[in-house]
Design a protein around this ligand. Structure first.
Ligand code: ADP
Ligand code: MG
Length: 571
């Protein structure tokens, strides 16, 4: 039931604004299903005319052929034309819907593990849905209609012979339906292998600069070869079954045709039917009766496999964790963000943050320090509302984080972290993230994040390249900072955002951050010099997921405690 609701919009997307092309192609395919029976009829008639040595009868069929073939050609062209429009629109809308739904998922849905699945659902699976569902659904009607017409014609010409045909035809039909089921299974396996192959490839490609520099190509190749082997093996197993299926049903079909021929010959010799009728039977079987028997179970099986892919996609793209009535927070923090007994871990039984009690008051600045792996970034992720599965209570102005609507949260909070995502677009668009800001504001943000020189020399329309490849790490970081300043969200979460900057630029940016009055700033930093740390209202030192120390710079230093040791270490 739930699945039906999930998949319905996806099936609707195939036909939305697409009924005319669909029904038009269906109509022309229906006309097309007369093709085989017509040819058989012409051949039979012509054979009888020849057997009767009737020249006018012959001429009549020649005239029919002259009209029939151009008409068929026209129908064929039109059916393809409409079908191509129908398939294009259907698959286009389907993909757009899937992407739209995916883009509405929560951030936590985009861990590395998931993205391979999304990628596959939008690439490999699409090809199969296009071919086996969209394209073949028209074909299915065509095949069934053709079969029925052929059967009707046979009954009209000779009941005895039709009976024989039906008895004989059961065998190939049985073969295809039994083998079709196995084929469907093998098709699903190929899709799964494709998914894991894509995920692996994506993973490797994103790491190639590292792979190269550490000369790990050989190991990379081994990983690839293994994944490739698994995929191609699955494809081979499917291909083999495909071929076996058509060989078996081809054999069974051929055998049937011979039996019909000999039986027909016998009936002709005993004067029960004409030679033309035998001709019609043999031709009809080959063109219109046996192919559907072979194709229909196959189409149905593939259709089923394709529908499973639609279902998989619908499930994957559904925003499973959207809650109704989520709380709204205002775009201005009035009191504080408070953590009480907050514990959190990525895996069960392995807490990363343990029983935290912290209070970030509106308008104040906080530095978070601590050894790497102590849970600093995880803490910011919680403050960004990325993970729901924390214990204890995390309140934003008194509202529980898990209950807060993300749209409203992101009007309050921005995260600047080390992984900067840039669109392959202009610097200006990367700064504004495609929103409208007046030039004055943009200039101000640019100045505060020490980007003025860079923009002066390159221009706002400079293209950043794929993933920002045309910019340096420091430039990317500064764009991320300017971006957040531009949005003027009143809570800024900053995760080592100046790590790629030289000391002077970093100092400039830290100065900017320190002087942002009215903003609540929570800054993870590894720069432990006095000049910078003393600007924060409070320093929080994390150690193995707990607060080791807390207080302003002078207090912490005077204690000669863990913080002091950390400072001494880094000095
Ligand atoms: P810090 O930012 O202080 O260096 P993190 O918060 O990034 O530390 O990490 C704290 C711990 O959580 C580390 O042991 C890290 O291995 C683990 N961790 C971080 N992110 C993930 C994740 N997405 N999945 C599983 N474990 C994670
Ligand atoms: Mg970190």
């Amino acid at each position: 039931m739930k699945n039906k609701e999930l998949t319905r919009p996806y099936y609707a997307s195939f036909y939305q604004n697409n009924r005319l092309p669909f029904f038009a192609s269906l109509l022309f395919y229906c006309i097309l299903s007369l093709d085989g029976p017509m040819i058989s009829w012409i051949l039979g008639g012509a054979t009888d005319a020849a057997a009767q040595m009737s020249m006018p009868g012959m001429m009549r069929f020649i005239r029919i052929v002259l009209v029939f073939f151009p008409a068929m050609f026209l129908t064929l062209t039109l059916s393809y034309r409409f079908k191509s429009v129908y398939v294009k629109r259907g698959i286009l809308q389907y993909k757009n819907l899937a992407f739209r739904n995916m883009s509405e998922k929560r951030v936590s849905a985009f861990s590395l593990r998931n993205t391979g699945g999304y990628l596959s659902a939008l690439t490999n699976d699409i090809a199969q849905i296009e071919e086996d569902y969209l394209s073949k659904s028209v074909n299915l009607v065509y095949q069934i209609l053709q079969f029925l017409i052929a059967l009707g014609m046979m009954l009209y010409y000779s009941r005895v012979l039709t009976l024989a045909v039906v008895a004989m035809v059961i065998l190939p039909a049985l073969v295809s339906s039994v083998m079709g089921r196995e084929l469907a299974k093998r098709t699903t396996t190929v899709s799964e292998r494709n998914e894991s192959f894509t995920a692996r490839l994506k993973d490797l490609l994103s790491g190639f600069s590292v792979i190269k520099s550490f000369k790990a190509e050989a190991h990379t190749r081994e990983i690839f070869y293994a994944e490739n082997e698994t995929l191609e093996e699955a494809k081979k197993r499917k291909r083999w079954w495909d071929a076996l299926l058509s060989a078996c049903s081809g054999m069974a079909g051929g055998l049937t045709q011979f039996v019909v021929m000999f039986l027909g010959a016998y009936l002709t010799i005993t004067g029960q039917i004409s030679l033309g009728t035998v001709m019609i039977f043999i031709n009809l079987m080959g063109s219109s009766l046996l192919p559907p028997l072979q194709m229909v179970p196959e189409i149905l099986a593939k259709r089923k496999a394709a529908k499973a892919l639609v279902e998989k996609c619908a499930e994957m793209m559904s925003a499973e964790d959207v809650r109704e009535n989520r709380l709204q927070v205002s775009a201005r923090l009035t009191d504080a963000i408070a953590l009480q007994n907050v514990s959190f871990g990525y895996e069960e039984d392995n807490p990363v943050l343990k029983d935290l009690h912290l209070r970030f008051e509106a308008g104040k600045s906080y530095a978070i320090v601590g050894a790497s792996g102590s849970g600093k970034s995880t803490l910011l992720s919680l403050l960004m509302g990325i993970y729901d599965a924390y214990d204890g209570s995390l309140l934003v102005d008194g509202k529980e984080m898990k209950e807060i609507d993300h749209d409203s949260l992101y009007d309050l909070v921005s995260l600047i972290d080390q992984n900067v995502f840039l669109f392959d677009d202009t610097i200006r668009n990367n700064l504004t993230m495609f929103a409208d800001f007046d030039d004055e504001k943009v200039r101000d943000a640019v100045q505060k994040s020490a980007l003025s020189d860079m923009i002066l020399s390159r221009g706002e329309d400079y293209l950043c390249g794929e993933g920002g490849s045309n910019l340096s790490g420091g430039e990317k970081q500064r764009i991320a900072i300017a971006r957040a300043l531009l949005r003027e969200t009143k809570v800024l979460l900053i995760d080592e955002a100046t790590s790629a900057l030289d000391a002077e630029t970093a100092a400039h940016i830290n100065e900017t951050i320190a002087s942002l009055t009215g903003y609540t700033r929570i800054v993870i930093t590894h720069r432990l010099d006095e000049a910078q740390l003393s600007r924060f209202d409070e320093i929080i030192m994390l150690k193995n997921g707990t607060v080791a120390e807390q207080g302003d710079y002078d207090t912490l230093c005077s204690r000669k405690s863990p913080f002091y040791a950390l400072c001494a270490l880094s000095a």
